[in-house]
Design a protein around this ligand. Structure first.
Ligand code: NAP
Length: 287
């Protein structure tokens, strides 16, 4: 039986710790951190993510402002709004919920958010800093994954890690963080030849593809640590499921994360942590 890392439990614990920390801020700094989330349109998935971020902020004691804009908003207007928030000294973190309507360039939006307020860690300067091992805001999902591994007592150093997926928001940055923890990292993708042979070599397997139950038991070696980032609908049951066939893989794994209740809650938890970090960087500079 695998050890199941509950992201739900760990994030609840970490949020309690952050709540205690934030409670000391009004006296020390005169206010609490302020996160502004911009939601464009009414995509149900995005609405639910934004609601989750507002709820977590409430738990931690962070001020959260959600700005809702119709999907007809022009790119110029959205960029103008971000500029205003950049200049607003009472705003510590800015997040624009992705995806955006096609007429708006996500790259331009991400690059317009001030690096110091980029709580998602997506700004090109933050990404560059991550790859150059400089001080930066770490992207939330990869950061949450490393926290889960550490909390479960998984030794990363010297391990063979395989990451399936090479997106800018998950696959690539999680590979970099594993490398920084001294794992030997292989990045697999849709053109990887003989993927099962590659994944069976993994002592730590991180899966970020976006395909329900894609990773089957024959792709996993006995005793592997399996981190499932995927968020999908099971085509048979319509329920939320990961990229890993949990029922089949769990008996072979030594450690595994469930979906839901695994990486997802940790991502939001790390967003809270990043907001606090951005706030403290600013406040400590001003002191
Ligand atoms: P993405 O940008 O679509 O990237 C998917 C990656 O999977 C690509 O690199 C792609 O390879 C690879 N891939 C696709 N089919 C494959 C196959 N048959 N074999 C091997 N590799 C394959 O997705 P993403 O943004 O990284 O997200 C991945 C999943 O994680 C999604 O389900 C998403 O919803 C979820 N997610 C969860 C969280 C969370 O907090 N839990 C956060 C972010 C994302 P190529 O590069 O060759 O195309």
């Amino acid at each position: 039986m695998a050890t199941v890392i509950s992201g739900k439990e760990l994030s609840a614990q970490l949020k309690e710790e952050m709540k205690a920390q934030v409670a000391t801020f009004p006296e020390k700094y005169g206010r609490v951190p302020h996160l502004v989330v911009i939601l464009v349109g009414e995509d149900p998935g995005s609405v639910s993510y934004v609601t989750g971020k507002a709820k977590a902020s409430e738990v931690v004691g962070i001020k959260n402002t959600t700005i809702r804009k119709p999907d007809t908003i022009s790119e110029a207007e959205l960029l103008g709004l971000i500029e205003e928030l950049n200049a607003d000294d009472t705003v510590d973190g800015i997040l624009v919920q992705l995806p955006l309507p096609k007429h708006i360039s996500e790259d331009k939006v991400i690059a317009t958010i001030a690096k110091e307020k980029d709580v998602d860690g997506f700004h090109p300067l933050n990404v560059a800093a991550l790859w150059q091992k400089q001080d930066c805001v770490l992207p939330c999902t990869p950061k949450g994954i490393i926290k889960m591994l550490k909390r479960a007592g998984v030794e990363i150093k010297g391990k063979r890690a395989v990451v399936i997926g090479r997106s800018n928001i998950v696959g690539l940055p999680v590979s970099k963080l594993l490398l920084d923890e001294n794992a030997t990292v292989t990045i697999a993708h849709s053109r990887t030849a003989d993927l099962p042979t590659v994944t069976r070599n993994a002592e730590i397997l991180v899966v970020a593809i976006g395909r329900p139950k894609f990773v089957t038991a024959d792709m996993v070696s006995e005793g592997a640590v399996v981190i499932d980032v995927g968020v999908n609908r099971d085509p048979e049951t319509g329920k939320l499921c990961g990229d890993v066939d949990y029922a089949a893989v769990e008996p072979k794994a030594s450690v595994i994360t469930p979906v839901p209740g695994g990486v997802g809650p940790m991502t939001i938890c790390c967003l809270m942590e990043n907001t606090i970090e951005c706030f403290l960087r600013k406040m400590d500079k001003q002191l």
